[in-house]
Structure formats: structure tokens, C-alpha cells
Design a protein around this ligand. Structure first.
Ligand code: HEC
Length: 129
């Protein structure tokens, strides 16, 4: 059934793009943020920053002396929005950065930010139960 869910998702995104606006009847702000976080323009934030923005290891490698290194992506779930938005601005992203350059609008970055905040709140609530 995996195939049909991919088709449904693709249809959903196509619909969303066709309609052009964040119409809540088709996709909630939460779902939009989730979709972007997991697959923004094909490169997932989650692959580096972890499923919930908790941070993650991108790669591990050893130098010629066998010393081990880990390339890490920082935790991003609890930043304030100004800081969160920085890597998406020309001044906030340096060429030396490992993080790819994204061309996301402020609203798209906001949707990702809100998604991570909401997911975090939900996870917390579950822990409290
Ligand atoms: C290839 C791995 C990778 C991907 C994909 C990626 N990032 Fe990053 N991100 C990093 C790394 C590494 C840093 C630390 C700065 C650097 O070296 O680029 C970073 C920095 C950040 C920061 C700044 C953290 C701080 O403390 O100021 C934010 C916010 C962020 N990323 C959000 C995102 C979002 C949202 C996405 C998806 C649209 C994303 N990143 C995709 C690797 C990645």
C-alpha cells in the first residue's frame, strides 16, 4: 500500500501547488510544515537535523591516522524564529556551511518552524501521560 500513499501525497502536493495558497481545507499549516521539513524541494532537513529537529550525525569518518570524527547537525527545535530563519538569508548562510542553500520563503520557513514546535509540544504531552 506504500505506492498508493505516495500517489496520494503527490496528488496532495500537486493540488496544493495548483491552488497556490495555504488553504486549510486542503492542507493544514501543520501538515505543510511537516511536508516541508521532511521533503523541502527534495532535500530533507530531517536527514541531517533528526526527525524532530533534535540534531543528528550527518556522517562519521576517520582521518589517515585512524582518528574518528563525526560531522553533526545542530539541534534546531528550540531556537527562536529570528535565529531559525538565519541560514535562509544571504547574510546568515556562509559558503563554508555544510547546510545546503534553500530558496524557501519566510512563510515556508515559518511553517517548518511551527511544525517542529508543535511536534515537540505533542511529544512532551505524551511523555507526561
Ligand atoms: C546536509 C545536512 C543539512 C540539511 C539537509 C539541513 N541542514 Fe540545517 N544545518 C546543518 C549544519 C551542519 C548546520 C550548522 C551550520 C553549517 O555548518 O551549515 C545547520 C544549521 C541550521 C540552523 C541554524 C542552527 C543555529 O543554532 O543557529 C537551522 C535553523 C537549520 N540548520 C535548519 C534547517 C532546516 C529547516 C532545514 C531544511 C529546510 C535544514 N536545516 C537542512 C545541516 C543541514
Amino acid at each position: 500500500m506504500k505506492h498508493s500513499s505516495i500517489t496520494t501525497t503527490a496528488t496532495f502536493i500537486a493540488l496544493y501547488v495548483t491552488l497556490g495558497v495555504g488553504d486549510d481545507t486542503f492542507m493544514s499549516h501543520f501538515e505543510y510544515g511537516q511536508m516541508l521539513y521532511e521533503k523541502p524541494r527534495g532535500v530533507a532537513c530531517a536527514a541531517c537535523h533528526g526527525k524532530y529537529g533534535e540534531g543528528g550525525t550527518i556522517a562519521r569518518y576517520k582521518d589517515e591516522n585512524g582518528k574518528a570524527y563525526a560531522l553533526k547537525a545542530p539541534a534546531i527545535a528550540t531556537l527562536d524564529f529570528t535565529r531559525f530563519y538565519r541560514p535562509f538569508t544571504p547574510q546568515g548562510h556562509s559558503r563554508k556551511d555544510i547546510m545546503p542553500v534553500y530558496h524557501l520563503t519566510r512563510q515556508e520557513v515559518r511553517a517548518i518552524y511551527d511544525y517542529l514546535r508543535d511536534v515537540r509540544a505533542q511529544t512532551k504531552r505524551r511523555d507526561d501521560e
